[in-house]
Design a protein. Structure first.
Length: 533
């Protein structure tokens, strides 16, 4: 049997999956990754720890699959769009304000560079047209500008600046080829202009104060998804417990791997579906045949998921993290009576089901503004914060359940706002293909169907993000002619959840008005408090 391995490095863990060339997951492994927060809005990791976690996950996945290393033909990587800074001979360069040596990764969710992002947006430039008009502090150029301004020694020591998916490929192959996906989506590289460095807008880099970034530091060769990026070196093979020489595909950002692994399920039309990769945060990725410019929505990005297609990417900076925060901050969360390994979400779902009347209506007087970690899309305002309206003196488990329900609905209203922004520019999606941890949450899925009026498609594949990365390895190894062929063979089937319409749709239409009003009110509060301070 020939198999491919997909590796996914998320916010809190590295995961690996062994897949047959028919898309069946044969084994999986996981290892935790620690995040440090040296200051508010700072989030850092260690690349050495990340690689150790990858090695542990791969070895565990191969062992569970019961395959021998010589069965592995290809390896693909995806990861969060975090910044890795390397010095001479690949040594880590600290990005920590106090200089801790092992802290060489600025995590995607780190918002330390919000002022730098604001500066870049004031300056403007053509690359901003391809990120919805406003660059985000989650992207790499603001982070690099922060590094230059506040850690000049690190800036001087830097020899390479990597997106984490590309660093993983570099670590595996020793090569310098980078992913077109990462460069276009997070580095302002204009991929439609070419793959050999032509996409860097030097005038833009000069204007924002990063003109001294050399091509060697940020990349000169970019490979599209499905391309062979290199082959596994002996040292990397020893770490991973694999054989040297295995084909390693060009990497993807984790959400884009999820789009690759899900958009082809059940043979659906690629351009009518919006992939939702819903975990700690949520990404909304849709493919278009022509470039579509949507204010506040990232893109259009050329060739970042499939060759010949443009991509639009909306998102919410906190999704699963929002639900966790809403539960954790409520006093009743400590008193929930969980049975065995029952999840908190399941317990709250059950409590809501026991309340009188339709579950959806239980949030009638409880309204939550979900921008706890800023608004990624379509407002593109990282300064935003959350809010909760309709509180009473009650603090029991039923009250927690209403907060939880209001948060579920708020996430769905955020998706509706993204869909409306896309539709205003002529791009309409009628189906949501949901993957990630929240795809296991029935309330989340039904709420999205009811609020948006879209069919919700849930892949039968339990590891769609890992599957997308495994497709990269399989195509790089020559086992499929291209990614569409791999998608057709490996994507599998799905189930659908229909919107219920009627009174429930009318109810959510009113709640959606409250959602938009709360966003307007928060901006007004901020403006009031800014006066005279």
């Amino acid at each position: 049997m020939s198999v491919a391995i997909g590796v996914d490095v998320g916010t809190g863990s590295a995961r690996a999956g062994v897949f047959s060339l028919e898309g069946a997951v044969l084994g999986a492994g996981v290892a935790a990754i620690e995040t440090t927060h040296p200051a508010p809005d700072f989030a850092q990791q260690s690349s050495a720890e990340i690689w150790r976690a990858v090695a542990h996950a791969v070895r565990a996945a191969v062992a569970e699959a019961g395959v021998t290393p010589d069965a592995v033909v290809g390896l693909g990587f995806d990861a969060t769009c975090s910044l890795v800074v390397s010095g001479a001979d690949g040594a880590p360069v600290s990005v920590d304000p106090e200089g801790r040596a092992d802290q060489d990764v600025i995590l995607w969710m780190d918002h330390r560079a919000t002022p730098e992002a604001d500066d870049i947006n004031r300056i403007g430039g053509t690359p901003l047209d391809y990120v919805g008009g406003r660059i985000s502090p989650e992207m790499e150029m603001p982070k690099l500008l922060w590094l230059k301004q506040y850690l000049p020694r690190a800036w001087a020591d830097m020899r390479r600046a990597w997106d984490l998916p590309d660093w993983l490929v570099h670590k595996a192959t020793g090569g310098e080829t980078r992913s077109l996906c990462s460069a276009v989506c997070k580095w302002t590289y204009l991929g439609h202009l070419g793959q050999a460095g032509e996409g860097w807008d030097r005038g833009f880099l000069d204007a924002i104060g990063l003109g001294d970034l050399t091509a060697e530091v940020i990349g000169t060769a970019f490979a599209p998804p499905g391309a062979l990026a290199g082959r596994l070196t002996e040292s990397a093979a020893a770490d991973l417990g694999l054989q040297p020489g295995i084909a390693v595909g060009a990497s993807l950002i984790d959400a884009h791997a999820g789009a690759l692994g899900t958009l082809g399920v059940a043979g659906g039309d690629l351009v009518s579906r919006l992939a939702m990769i819903a975990g700690t945060s949520t990404c909304h990725i849709g493919l278009t045949r022509e470039p579509v410019f949507v204010p506040g929505v990232w893109g259009p990005y050329f060739g970042v998921v499939l060759g010949g297609y443009w991509a639009l990417e909306g998102g919410q900076s906190a999704a699963g993290a929002l639900l966790d925060a809403v539960i954790a901050r409520h006093a009743a969360s400590a008193t929930l009576d969980l049975r065995g390994d029952e999840r908190v979400s399941d317990a709250l779902d059950a409590r809501l089901a026991k309340m009188l009347g339709e579950t959806a209506f239980q949030s009638r007087d409880r309204h939550l503004q979900p921008d706890f970690h800023g608004n990624r899309s379509p407002l593109a305002e990282p300064w935003r914060r959350g809010g909760l309206d309709g509180l009473t003196l009650h603090g029991d488990a039923d009250d927690l359940a209403r907060d939880y329900l209001a948060a579920q609905h708020a996430l769905a209203y955020g998706t509706r706002a993204i869909l409306e922004a896309m539709a205003a520019e002529g791009e309409v999606f009628d189906s949501l293909v949901v993957s990630g941890g929240l795809a296991k949450n029935p309330l989340y899925l039904q709420s999205h169907a009811d609020v948006t009026g879209c069919r919700v498609v849930v892949p039968a594949q339990q590891e769609p993000v890992l599957l997308g990365s495994a497709m990269l390895g399989a195509v790089a190894a020559g086992r499929f002619a291209d990614l569409p062929s791999a998608m057709a063979a490996m994507s599998g089937e799905a189930r659908e959840i229909a919107p219920r319409g009627g009174k429930i749709a009318a109810y959510h239409a009113k709640k959606y008005q409250v959602f938009r009003r709360m966003q307007d009110d928060h901006a007004a509060y901020r403006a009031i408090m800014a006066e005279g301070w």
